[in-house]
Design a protein around this ligand. Sequence first.
Ligand SMILES: Nc1ncnc2c1ncn2[C@@H]1O[C@H](COP(=O)(O)OP(=O)(O)O)[C@@H](O)[C@H]1O
Ligand SMILES: [Mg+2]
Length: 304
Amino acid sequence: MEIISVINYKGGVGKTTITANLAAELGFRGKRVLCIDLDPQASLTFSFYSVDEWQRNFEKNRTIKNWYDAFIDKDTDLDLSSLISTPGRVNTGMSGKVDLICSHLALINVDLELATRLVGGTERDLRNNFLRVYSRLKQGIEHLEEDAYDFVFIDCPPNFNIVTKNSIIASDYVLIPTKPDYLSTLGIEQLKQHLKELVNTYNKHTRNSNSDDWAEAKPEILGVIFTMISVRNANPIQALQQYIEQVEVPCFDTFIRENKTIYSSAPEYGVPVVLKRVSGQTYENVQEELESLTTELLEKLGYV
Ligand SMILES: Nc1ncnc2c1ncn2[C@@H]1O[C@H](COP(=O)(O)OP(=O)(O)O)[C@@H](O)[C@H]1O
Ligand SMILES: [Mg+2]
């Protein structure tokens, strides 16, 4: 099971779009995929379910917020698998599957509550609290049925708060969608630094705890994915070169072009762009990119 965080401090860079399309294409190719929506904006959730469906079936007690609430309020463990659902429209005619754990708009309050869990008396208390809080999601995923999924994608919020750090600690890999501009690429350097600091601190605590309960976290940055590329530019690759050279992080060869018309309407129908049955050259080009991004991901992970 490959656990992959999709992360960037910035909002609106394509994290959710990339997550939904990679998951859908992998499902189409026969893989079993679980998506976890960790963003209180719940864009991934609403890419697969209507607001109405979410309110009826999930809002009250089947979102990732309820799972954190159980830990915060009652110190109990809700089984993550009780939150999993299989959205109907995306799964139609698919040989694998795409499951989802929904988010909740009030997930935004969970970070503050978790922060209060970090305080403690002795050094040992502090260390144990740190490990307990930051490994929350990792443990939840580890308790899922073994071999239930090939891939778990975690769509992160645009910040580096405790819930986001939960995702990093739980992950084997990190994907960083970004727009190709100066400020965005500066942000990647910061992100890389913060990832390193988090992992170093976490691993230092696991070593100092002298306990087999904690394993070291080893998330690897799989690559930066450049999204929303303008194709009016005759040679986008050349224009991108300066930004690619700025980031000292591996980058995907596949770029995702900008197409507002195609991308903005997709979530409304519950089927990501890559799986839509639509004819037309522009659509084909956009879908080919998403397919080749998926193939490149599989290559990087050693599947092909
Ligand atoms: N390649 C693209 N071209 C044009 N618009 C896009 C593209 N990818 C995403 N979008 C649109 O941009 C907005 C932000 O994308 P989203 O994936 O939600 O970003 P994030 O999750 O990083 O906030 C959405 O309205 C989405 O439909
Ligand atoms: Mg998003």
